[in-house]
Write a protein that binds this ligand. Structure first.
Ligand SMILES: *[C@@H]1O[C@H](CO)[C@@H](O)[C@H](O)[C@H]1NC(C)=O
Ligand SMILES: *[C@@H]1O[C@H](CO)[C@@H](O)[C@H](O)[C@H]1NC(C)=O
Ligand SMILES: *[C@@H]1O[C@H](CO)[C@@H](O)[C@H](O)[C@H]1NC(C)=O
Ligand SMILES: *[C@@H]1O[C@H](CO)[C@@H](O)[C@H](O)[C@H]1NC(C)=O
Ligand SMILES: *[C@@H]1O[C@H](CO)[C@@H](O)[C@H](O)[C@H]1NC(C)=O
Ligand SMILES: *[C@@H]1O[C@H](CO)[C@@H](O)[C@H](O)[C@H]1NC(C)=O
Ligand SMILES: *[C@@H]1O[C@H](CO)[C@@H](O)[C@H](O)[C@H]1NC(C)=O
Ligand SMILES: *[C@@H]1O[C@H](CO)[C@@H](O)[C@H](O)[C@H]1NC(C)=O
Length: 472
């Protein structure tokens, strides 16, 4: 009887091993990737600027035009000054209304056809270089509402709504952007040769488990900065690219593994590579992802060769994303975070009212109680909680003495000291020791959380060491 049981178990093992090994898929060329929208990110800006008489100022920068002719339909546009610029010889089928004024540089080789109100077309002497053009427009009109670079433009039309962003930025700062966010206009580009292959294994991730998407940029493709937007509750991604690739994860609730650097802009974190993947072969990459996430299948595999050096990939969602309730328990985003330089500052005080900070060059007195405040300086709306785990003092010199430093946490309301914590200690145990110069080192647990739109919480913790030199 027992023999039978053993044999059964062995059989079961073999079955599992076979089915696990079949959970990869062979990617095929596709025209529209069903999993990700991919867009090139080009230089631009978007602000809330309008002139005093409610006129918008838009700059359209046309580059790498495969077809020399494009159409522009701004018949239903809001009043605006529209600056068209391109280094190329282009023909525009332009339809505008009486409140749209088009500005062309007098050196421009753009020819306009169409219904245009001829008095609304102005040839002027202005610079064509991006920053200089923005500066010129700011001087001439008082500001710039948008600057958009489009490659291979075919058709552009206004949607008849205000062209301002609803964020508070008034000043056009050029940076790589996702122009599709500018919902006041519709941009159609000539279709590109499909840059994708993709596939998805037959066995799907069990419902209720987070999706796992694999993205692979082959070794001989150019290095690229890839932003990822995945507005979904929780998702896992495995990202592989040639050395020098940077993945920028814009969404919260994403767990990831990669052989490249990962940037978490919300936390101002750069996470170094967590895995090595020696091969860019589809099956090897898929197996590595299964191994890293300890799963037997995944949701999708996408292989792409980016056109351009900065792209954005947005997860395609047919259904509206599930809104997490505001009470969502904070969850760790990334398991593979290694300590980064989240700037921490330790300031010493002589009394517990924390009014007069000690000058860093003053010697502290070992018979007096010392009060310390540790504060974090972060970017954006990040709120830090800092908890001191332990402190030591270390003597300077060739044979350092290390002593534990007992401390008491000092009360401090979140209102009076945001992003910081307070403690106090006494140095009297150092009096009998010969060294006169000590370093103080505290290990702190640092949690950062960001309250974003939809009240999604992102919480992340790590340990940091902070030190203060020349104590006594
Ligand atoms: C331009 O857009 C308007 C409004 O969307 C539309 O009614 C009109 O037919 C378009 N004109 C051309 C020439 O496509
Ligand atoms: C453009 O206009 C400026 C001043 O109006 C003039 O000096 C310049 O020669 C013009 N350039 C061309 C290419 O016509
Ligand atoms: C422009 O379109 C052509 C094909 O229509 C394509 O070969 C080329 O790569 C495109 N350029 C850019 C920058 O997208
Ligand atoms: C700004 O607009 C975006 C997109 O239209 C929208 O999702 C967001 O909720 C708006 N934000 C505010 C503060 O109105
Ligand atoms: C641009 O508009 C024309 C006319 O409406 C249409 O035939 C063409 O397909 C459009 N181009 C793109 C890239 O959508
Ligand atoms: C990259 O390598 C693949 C397969 O090794 C090959 O088919 C492709 O032509 C190469 N592409 C470039 C741009 O070198
Ligand atoms: C990626 O972005 C960084 C920082 O903006 C930049 O220094 C780097 O050159 C970019 N890499 C590529 C391949 O464009
Ligand atoms: C401290 O936290 C507040 C929120 O309580 C945040 O608005 C602020 O930017 C943070 N300050 C620093 C220096 O990190």
């Amino acid at each position: 009887m027992e023999v039978h049981v053993a044999r059964f178990a062995l059989l079961l093992c073999i079955t599992v091993a076979t089915s696990a090994s079949s959970q990869t898929c062979a990617p095929k060329k596709v025209n529209d990737n069903p999993w990700f929208h991919v867009r090139e990110m080009l230089i631009g800006c978007w602000t809330s600027f309008v002139t005093e008489d409610n006129t918008e100022v838009h700059i359209l920068n046309l580059a790498a035009m495969d077809e020399k002719i494009f159409s522009l339909n701004f018949t239903n546009a809001k009043p605006m000054n529209l600056i068209l610029t391109s280094p190329e010889t282009l023909y525009c089928l332009c339809n505008i209304n009486a409140d749209v004024n088009i500005y062309l540089s007098n050196s421009s080789a753009i020819t306009l056809y169409g219904n245009q109100h001829h008095n609304n077309v102005h040839k002027q002497d202005f610079p064509t270089q991006d920053e200089e053009l923005v500066r010129w427009a700011q001087q001439k009109f008082g500001g710039v509402t948008s600057f958009t670079t489009v490659r291979n433009l075919s058709n552009i039309s206004s949607k008849g709504i205000a062209g301002t962003t609803n964020t508070s930025s008034h000043h056009c700062v050029l940076k790589n952007e996702d122009a599709s966010e500018k919902h006041f206009m519709k941009i159609e580009r000539t279709s590109l040769a499909s840059p994708f292959t993709s596939c998805s294994p037959q066995q799907q991730i069990p419902s209720g488990e987070a999706e796992l998407h694999i993205i692979n940029i082959p070794e001989n493709a150019s290095t690229c900065n890839v932003s990822l937007r995945m507005d979904t509750k929780e998702i896992r991604v495995f990202l592989r690219g040639p050395q020098g690739t940077t993945w920028i994860i814009l969404s919260q609730h994403t767990r990831f593994g990669s052989n490249n650097d990962i940037l978490l802009p919300a936390l101002a974190h750069r996470v170094p590579p967590s895995y090595t993947v020696n091969s860019d072969n589809a099956e090897d990459v898929q197996r590595k992802a299964l191994d890293v996430f300890k799963v037997s299948t995944f949701t999708s595999y996408t292989e792409l060769r980016p056109v351009g050096s900065t792209i954005i990939m947005a997860l395609v969602r047919n259904e509206s994303p599930a809104e997490p309730s505001p009470e969502t328990v904070p969850e760790p985003v990334a398991t593979d975070i290694t300590p980064q330089q989240m700037p921490l500052l330790m300031q010493l005080y002589t009394s517990h009212d924390y009014v007069s900070p000690l000058d860093p060059n003053t010697r502290v007195q070992s018979d007096k109680r010392i009060y310390a405040e540790i504060s974090g300086h972060t970017l954006g709306d990040i709120i830090l909680t800092i908890k001191v785990i332990g402190c030591i003092v270390r003597s300077k010199g060739s044979c350092p003495v290390v002593k534990d430093l007992p401390f008491i946490p000092e009360a401090c309301s979140p209102n009076s000291c945001p992003n910081s914590t307070r403690l106090s200690f006494s140095l009297d145990q150092l009096q009998e020791l010969t060294s006169t110069t000590w370093d103080l080192e505290c290990t702190v647990k640092l949690c950062s959380s960001e309250v974003g739109v939809h009240l999604k919480h992102l919480k992340q913790c790590k340990q940091e060491e902070i030190s203060k030199h020349n104590l006594c």
